[in-house]
Write a protein that binds this ligand. Structure first.
Ligand code: SF4
Length: 68
């Protein structure tokens, strides 16, 4: 699971910081109770996690927002 977390460029940058604290760091993806949870606000949608997910449960997609 740590490999998946480090593969994320957002996580890798945060985890290389000397001040890295796993409890408070702004991570794009975390594993909580065995599930990958993405932080939509800082994920850059590179797709690296979905390509690596061993059970293919992560998918990235673009959504078109409807305009009224
Ligand atoms: S899609 Fe988001 S969570 Fe997944 S590896 Fe890229 S930045 Fe990280």
């Amino acid at each position: 699971m740590r490999d998946l977390l480090l593969l994320c460029p957002v996580n890798a940058k945060a985890m290389k910081s000397d001040e890295f604290d796993p409890d408070t760091a702004e991570l794009a993806i975390r594993i909580i109770n065995g599930m990958a949870i993405l932080n939509d606000e800082i994920c850059i949608r590179c797709g690296a996690c979905s390509k690596t997910c061993p059970i293919e449960s992560l998918k990235t997609m673009e959504l078109e927002l409807a305009t009224a």
